[in-house]
Design a protein around this ligand. Structure first.
Ligand SMILES: Nc1ncnc2c1ncn2[C@@H]1O[C@H](COP(=O)(O)OP(=O)(O)OP(=O)(O)O)[C@@H](O)[C@H]1O
Ligand SMILES: Nc1ncnc2c1ncn2[C@@H]1O[C@H](COP(=O)(O)OP(=O)(O)OP(=O)(O)O)[C@@H](O)[C@H]1O
Lengths: 221, 221
């Protein structure tokens, strides 16, 4: 059994608490607002009303026996930082903290957060990449300079095979999957293409590579 | 030149507006709070203070000439729904609207949103998948019913090559990149593995495939 606590039950915290519980974990949900605690009680293992920025409140939780604690307090930056620092002092093995801006994220890392999450920032980046270029349907950062992008097959690629296009050599990218379009006779399917696959006009390409190679691919028509 | 308007300059809206502008697009930023409009003026093409839930305000924007409008109003569900409906009536070609819960998302789809985004929900899901299963380090839903997951190599996989493991056939997943662990003599590196790569105990696998194949992979030890 994995045991978690989630502190701060706004939109983000609520979904994390109920999501973990539905995956079979034990979840203690915490908020200083009694109404939020009452609203979630049926959907988690237990729910408690307390102010997590007070030392004796955090000590009473026994966080050293948990797998991880998520600090989902957003707007109240001071409460989020104090809570994270107190959790570290109380011996919490793994702290995930939510940030509302760059500076907040840096401070959380300094006071003991093992992982910092920025929900608005991550999702804004994905939307911006998808809107700014007509070919990019989705895009996520992987690790280091690697990205995964989902692209509409550029018109100039259609009718050619992957080996003919030489994407690895020309753009240092790897086509890792292709989603074919739905037609009257066939449903959309996912394929892991081999070098001789010939691109069709409606194909969606799942491509992995360094940002610079993907940018050059974006620009094609 | 792509032209966008972003209505609602909270954490999410601000990042979308400035992000699009930095990608070279023309961006009109809008909020009913004059302080938010003043704060963003230098980072976008233009910024305007108005109440987007009023019909004559939306008509004055000329949204039919834009590529897309993003409605980033969060907590005020009524203003978000009214704004989306007014944009559709004014002939906006593409509307991206942000939802705060399930019901809100459904209504936005009914009144004209072409795409509905749920920043807190998407990021909460990613975090829950990463925390609930000890093998999954990260996990994102991609457009087109595929997922990207970052997994610790299951113990039973170590010492075997990718072709021996037959992941494509058995789980319909593709290992798109591997992050090797840092050792005393070598830094962590990211590689595009070929079929004969032999998995090491600390390897992190970046895997793409339909959800069902990934779930089965999660469960291995
Ligand atoms: N010291 C504290 N102790 C416990 N709970 C707290 C504390 N401070 C704030 N909270 C709770 O954290 C929750 C979320 O915080 P807040 O409203 O700051 O974030 P938010 O970014 O607006 O939330 P979201 O975007 O997830 O809806 C609120 O329910 C609030 O009551
Ligand atoms: N009718 C309206 N016209 C223009 N702007 C509006 C309107 N209603 C709300 N806004 C603005 O939308 C912005 C974001 O809205 P809100 O505070 O509801 O969302 P939020 O979910 O808390 O934001 P975030 O999580 O992105 O910080 C606010 O700056 C608010 O002033």
């Amino acid at each position: 059994y994995r045991q978690f606590a989630v502190i701060g039950l706004g939109r983000f915290g609520q979904r994390v608490a109920t999501g973990l519980y539905q995956m079979g974990a034990e979840v203690l949900a915490i908020d200083s607002d009694a109404a939020k605690v009452a609203a979630i009680k049926q959907q988690v293992t237990a729910a408690v009303c307390l102010d997590s920025a007070r030392e004796e409140a955090v000590r009473s939780l026994g966080v050293d026996n948990m797998d991880a604690v998520v600090v989902a307090i957003g707007r109240d930056v001071q409460a989020s930082i104090l809570t994270t620092a107190l959790l570290q002092q109380a011996g919490c093995p793994y702290i995930v903290a939510r940030a509302s801006n760059e500076l907040h994220a840096q401070i959380l890392g300094m006071v003991g957060a093992n992982r910092v999450i920025y929900p608005e920032d991550e999702e804004a980046k994905r939307l911006v990449r998808g809107l700014a270029s007509p070919h990019v349907l989705d895009q996520v950062d992987l690790v280091g300079d690697l990205e995964l992008a989902v692209l509409k097959a550029p018109r100039s690629f259609c009718g050619k095979s992957l080996v003919e296009l030489g994407l690895r050599q020309k753009y240092t990218v790897n086509v890792v999957a292709i989603r074919t379009a739905e037609t009257d006779t066939q449903a959309a399917t996912t394929i892991f293409p081999d070098a001789h696959y010939v691109l069709q006009p409606q194909d969606q390409l799942y491509v992995v590579g360094p940002s610079e190679g993907l940018r050059r691919l974006d620009g094609l028509d």
